[in-house]
Structure formats: C-alpha cells, structure tokens
Design a binder for this molecule. Sequence first.
Ligand code: NAD
Length: 250
Amino acid sequence: MGEPQDPSVDALGGGSGIGRACCQVLAREGAQVVVADINLQAAKHTLTLLPGGQQHVAVAMDVRERRSVEDAMKLAQDQCGAPPSLLVNSAGVAITVPMLETDDDTWQKIIDVNLTGSFLVTQAFATSLLENGKDSKGAIVNIASILGKTGHTNKSAYTASKGGVISLTKTCAAELASRGIRVNCLLPAVIDTPMSATSSKEILENFKRLTPLGRPGCPEEVAEVVAFLLSERSSYMVGACVEVTGGYGM
Ligand SMILES: NC(=O)c1ccc[n+]([C@@H]2O[C@H](COP(=O)([O-])OP(=O)(O)OC[C@H]3O[C@@H](n4cnc5c(N)ncnc54)[C@H](O)[C@@H]3O)[C@@H](O)[C@H]2O)c1
C-alpha cells in the first residue's frame, strides 16, 4: 500500500477465508490486528500467520450477541490500549435452500449473523471510537456480496441479509462521515474459501460461466481492496459498494 496504516484494526470473521486474508494484508501493512471470530481456535491460528506476531491479539466474539460483541470490543481496547480505529465486518454464514422451503430458524440464523451482526459490531466499534475523543478517525468495511445486488435462486435469506448490509452501510456512512468515520462495503462474487467450498459443483460451474475472468477470486484479491478502503488513499470514498467479482453481475 505504500502508506502506514492506522495502528489498530478489528477483523470480524478473522478465523477463516476473506477475514483471515484481511488480517494478513493489514498486518503486512503495519496494522496491529485484533482477530475476532466465534471460533477462537481459528482466530488463534490466524495469529500464527501474521507478520509481527506478538503485537496482534485473538478474541472470541459471537456477532449475534450484543453482550459478546461489547465484551470483545472492550477486551480488544484493553489489550491494545485504545479502541480499534479500523473495522472489517467479514463474519458470515450462507445457505442454499429454495425460498418456499426456508424455515424460520434458517432465515433467522442467516439474518442474525450477516445483518444483525454487522449492525451490532458497527455500533459498538463506532461508540468506543467516538467515546475516545472527537478527533478520532476511523474506517469500516462491510463484506456484503454481489448477490445482495443481483439476488440469486435458492438464497433468499442470504441475499436479503446482504442487501441489508448494503443499505446499512449507506445509512451508517451518512451518519458517521461527519464524525470522522468512513463506511464502505465490498461486494465479492465467488471467492475461494471454506464458505464457497460448500457450494455444489453445478453452482460453482454456473458462476464460472457467468464470470468474464472465468475463475473464482482469491481471498487476497478481496483483502487488497479492503486495505485500500481502510486507508487514507480512499479518503473521499463514503457509502460506496465496490464490486470484486471478476466481472460477475456487473
Ligand atoms: N466466499 C465467497 O464466495 C463469498 C462471496 C461473497 C461474499 N462473501 C462474504 O464474505 C464474508 C466472509 O466469507 P468467507 O468466504 O471468508 O467465509 P468463511 O466461512 O471462510 O469465514 C467466515 C468466518 O465467519 C465466522 N463466523 C461465523 N459466524 C460467526 C458469528 N456468529 N460470530 C463471529 N464469527 C462468525 C466463522 O467462524 C468463519 O471464521 C462473509 O460475510 C460472506 O458472506 C463470501
């Protein structure tokens, strides 16, 4: 990136896939990283992959639960000596099931993690940063999905949750920009992670056929754009939805 990063970043869902790659790229750029995940073991494993290992921390956080989010945010603040000033909301779950067969529990679980989680974490992060002083500057990147824009068969809860993340991003961006916190979101298509590995061969082949680049993305290709959106190099970007899709769904 060629520019020093703000010293502390909180990465949600940092135990796997895109979140883990964000931790690696941001640590490489000089950030002190708080790796947060519901799976503490996975978050701790991410720590072992980061350059400058000692300064980074792993915390357990269930983004569905306000108490868990607030406790983890406080722990991160205590460990780092100040609230994190950069945030990546990457925790997420997906399911493929026809809309007519989607039961209440399935619907609620996807909305709770992907949408309510993004709200709870953003609120706790912004509150602690603003309480730290009115000169505190920060940036947030929400990992939504291109499917939040296009929709997709058999993914009603997932696409609705990601459409919600897109509009949540814009509203938070509008409310927080004047207070020094920029909020943007990123819309990936198929990225090679444990999440996409659960998709059927047929679904993956179909995505490939509709993707001009003709291949899935790597987590690092998403993380590089996240690092840009968190850096001062994107200082005039607010409420943007940046597509990282190999051309799918443009
Ligand atoms: N991989 C893709 O093709 C793709 C495409 C578009 C968008 N996305 C989005 O990118 C984000 C990251 O996905 P990924 O592919 O890296 O998935 P992944 O499954 O590899 O990682 C998701 C991480 O979220 C964590 N998590 C799940 N529930 C949680 C909870 N309640 N609290 C805290 N952490 C929780 C998991 O433990 C895991 O470490 C997700 O929001 C996903 O919807 C992924």
